[in-house]
Design a protein around this ligand. Structure first.
Ligand code: SF4
Length: 289
């Protein structure tokens, strides 16, 4: 199968659907990761009308923020409309750190409230293109990134950007009146790698720093990879700890249980599942041993 040709055809079909149903160009959801780069390259080859949007999660690595800005500048110079969405919660600008206090709990893989607020805000009443791939789901299992578990597989939460083996090429979201074209859903990792090496694609520099994903730093879905991310970005770890500290104060004021947590550091160790118990000390770098 010629994956490139098939995906370009899907993009052309998506562009027609977008004009037909929404009278607007196709909207490309760009994360700053390698799959998004492949999509952008394909959409330029498809020769269709499109717009690009990126959701700034506030927990992105600085390299990703700069890479997105650079990429958008290049696209805007070509006359393509690019939008960066900043997150709002209850009508106010928010961030990962504020949201933790507002929700009064840390985000976990079973309570991914952050994705709904920080990432999944765009594309209502639009035909969108995502870079989700089924193969990433398999890769996650072998790379320490965990899948959300639910006894009933049909009740698992799947968010727009989730890579899951059940993802279809075309999906509809009735609630948000959205049609999603997952045009590279059937590409495996080698196909993506080959495409990147045979096309002039400028990747996010994080891939050269040992990262194999470029999502939010500390994403609960990244499981054990988070220790590596926080070793690279200790200030993000500190921001989570400060947010957990404030969260505990709010919980206390409202008479909610703080369980055995005495401080944000206790919450952090619980959240990281690193085996450090509340009140127990840990030494920087000991996990590296
Ligand atoms: S990618 Fe992870 S950390 Fe970021 S918003 Fe989604 S669940 Fe939350």
């Amino acid at each position: 199968m010629d994956f490139e040709k098939a995906s370009i055809e899907r993009l052309r079909e998506g562009a027609q659907m977008s004009e037909l149903y929404y009278q607007q160009p196709l909207l490309i959801c760009y994360s700053g990761g390698k799959d998004s780069e492949v999509i952008l390259d394909l959409v330029l080859k498809a020769g269709i009308d499109f717009e690009v949007q990126h959701s700034h999660t506030t927990a992105d690595a600085p390299e990703t923020v700069y890479h997105v800005r650079k990429r958008f500048k290049e696209l805007e110079d070509k006359g393509i409309n690019c939008v960066i969405n900043y997150p709002y919660y209850k009508g106010q600008r928010t961030s990962m750190w504020k949201l933790i206090q507002q929700k009064k709990m840390p985000p976990t893989r079973l309570m991914r409230y952050c994705c709904a607020v920080l990432k999944e805000t765009a594309g209502q009443n639009r035909c969108i293109v995502t870079g989700v791939r089924r193969a990433e789901s398999v890769k996650r299992k072998s790379s320490g990134i965990i899948e959300e578990k639910h006894n009933d597989i049909n009740k698992r939460i799947i968010i727009n950007n989730d890579n899951d083996e059940k993802r279809q090429i075309v999906e509809r979201c009735q609630m948000q009146s959205k049609i999603a074209y997952n045009v590279i859903a059937d590409w495996d990792n080698d196909t993506v790698k080959d495409y990147i090496s045979s096309n002039p694609i400028d990747l996010n520099p994080l891939y050269q720093c040992g990262f194999n994903r470029v999502g939010c730093i500390g994403c609960p879905m990244a499981n054990k990879k988070r220790a590596f991310e926080f070793a690279h970005y200790p200030k993000y770890r500190d921001m989570y700890i400060r947010a957990f500290d404030k969260m505990l104060e709010i919980r206390k004021t409202e008479g909610k249980s703080n369980y055995s947590w005495h401080s944000g550091i206790d919450v952090y160790h619980w959240w990281m599942q690193d085996g450090v118990l509340p009140g127990q000390m840990s030494i920087d770098g000991e996990n590296d041993w």
